[in-house]
Design a protein around this ligand. Structure first.
Ligand SMILES: *[C@@H]1O[C@H](CO)[C@@H](O)[C@H](O)[C@H]1NC(C)=O
Ligand SMILES: *[C@@H]1O[C@H](CO)[C@@H](O)[C@H](O)[C@H]1NC(C)=O
Ligand SMILES: *[C@@H]1O[C@H](CO)[C@@H](O)[C@H](O)[C@H]1NC(C)=O
Length: 430
């Protein structure tokens, strides 16, 4: 917990106990005055801010991010409760409009018939104003709203929900088309997250297609399993504390997406703007049901190694297992034995395979593939390895060893000092 939050709880605890000393800093967490989202809350609004932090709103409170307790929303958005009798936030979204830096990444709050626009948690001049002034044709007293950039919607749009109606607002032409999606539950809040669209209703959510409204897959799902961290909920759970972190494998693909794998889950590291979130590996790589030992990316393919098998996936919108795979590591790469970690440096054709205290190179352009170089590694028990523009990191438990280049790694007889994995690197908690 951040110091600021702790201090805030302490203040609250003191205030709520009439100045009597608070026994515990977290006393306020238990207090009935603060809603507990793990009990199952129907949110009024959900949105990300310009830094990618997701805020969940309920009455005069908000939650910042996926864990932590409720706080007064005017601590973060000062003016939201200033107008008497206007009520609380009905709907909120983060504007996507790269053509207009004046509004891009601003957070819009809709309350009653008013709109508030914030950037950097500061209310913009001229706000609040009537919704009509910014979004002509959009009704007042909305239920939910979510931005939908071009590519995901046909044009840069905002979807405004009221009952079963969806008012699709075209940002460029400032026109509205109304659709009725009766098959979808009435959304009390909506969120765009990792290019997907979620309608929240009760403590559940339903993923929908932002153009057709279509729902595919099994919904509703309980939001507590996905969008917040609650005891007795969750699906495998991601790494929590950096000091307890142990990753199995890590890779960055040609598109710049970085994935790390730990036990049954994976996380994308390049999507800070949307926060970090664990998913089951089988969600993206259906056939990989038992975790991974090592992974590397080469051309437009991802190689996932588990035991003596290698699964090669073609990368497009989804990952598709190439026909004929998995094959044995021996058959595919010409090495035998357990693979601890593997990496390919950007624009290179050599995979470096770490096995115990050996590092073996295999030329990926050769057929059949065979070890071209086999050197000792002055380290043992490496879990994962990643090569990027700034060098190579070899991960072991909650620490990593940094080498500036493959050359230095190949020549290094002495291991560098280990450094601790930080929250900035892996999204864990310090
Ligand atoms: C954001 O707000 C903070 C404090 O309100 C201020 O110190 C900072 O300069 C602002 N940043 C930008 C980019 O406006
Ligand atoms: C939430 O979804 C479950 C099914 O996953 C359903 O049984 C339950 O009634 C739903 N609850 C609410 C409040 O929508
Ligand atoms: C790494 O973390 C450990 C505790 O987990 C701490 O004792 C140590 O000082 C840290 N090392 C560095 C270099 O920060």
């Amino acid at each position: 917990m951040e110091l600021f939050t702790k201090t805030l709880f302490l203040c609250l605890a003191l205030a709520l106990t009439n100045g009597a000393p608070a026994v515990q800093q977290d006393a306020a967490v238990e207090d009935a005055a603060l809603p507990d989202r793990c009990e199952g809350i129907e949110f009024d609004a959900i949105t990300s801010d310009e830094k990618g932090t997701t805020f969940f709103f309920k009455g005069p409170h908000l939650w910042k991010g996926y864990h932590g307790s409720a706080q007064p929303s005017n601590e973060y958005f000062k003016e939201l409760d200033d107008i008497p009798n206007i009520g609380h936030v009905d709907a909120a979204f983060r504007m996507h409009n790269v053509d207009n830096q004046e509004t891009h990444d601003h957070i819009y709050f809709l309350l009653d018939d008013k709109v508030f626009s914030y950037y950097n948690h500061t209310l913009k001049d001229g706000y609040p104003k009537p919704i009509q002034d910014d979004f002509p044709g959009v009704p007042t007293h909305l239920d939910a709203a979510v931005e939908c950039p071009k590519g995901e919607c046909i044009v840069d749009s905002v979807l405004f929900f009221k009952g079963n109606d969806v008012h699709v607002y075209d940002i460029t032409t400032k026109t509205v088309k109304t659709k009725t999606w009766s098959h979808l539950p009435v959304c009390t809040s909506a969120l765009r997250w990792l290019e997907h669209y979620y309608c929240f209703h009760g403590h559940n959510f339903t993923r929908f297609n932002p153009v057709s409204g279509e729902v595919t897959g099994t919904y509703p799902k309980d939001a507590r399993n996905y969008f917040m961290r609650c005891a007795n909920f969750g699906h495998g759970g991601g790494p929590r504390k950096c000091s307890e972190l142990k990753i199995d494998a890590i890779t960055t693909n040609d598109a710049g997406k970085t994935y790390f794998f730990a036990g049954p889950i994976y996380m994308r590291l390049d999507t800070h703007r949307d926060g970090l979130h664990p998913f089951q590996i089988t969600r993206a790589w259906k056939e990989v049901t038992d975790g991974v030992d090592a992974v590397f990316s080469y051309t437009d393919k991802m190689y996932l190694i588990k035991h003596d098998q290698v699964y090669i996936y073609k990368e497009a919108v989804h990952y598709t297992l190439i026909e004929g795979y998995p094959k044995t590591v021996k058959e595919e790469l010409g090495v035998e034995g357990h693979v601890d970690a593997a990496f390919v440096c950007p624009k290179d054709n050599t995979v470096h395979i770490i096995q115990g205290q050996r590092i073996r190179n295999v030329d990926l352009t050769a057929t059949p593939r065979a070890v071209t170089q086999d050197r000792p590694l002055p380290l043992d028990g490496i879990d994962a390895a990643l090569c990027g523009a700034d060098g190579i990191n070899l991960f072991k438990g909650s620490q990593y060893y940094h080498y500036d280049s493959p050359m230095i790694l190949a020549l290094g007889r002495i291991a560098p000092l280990p450094e601790n994995i930080t929250s900035a690197m892996m999204g864990c908690e310090d």
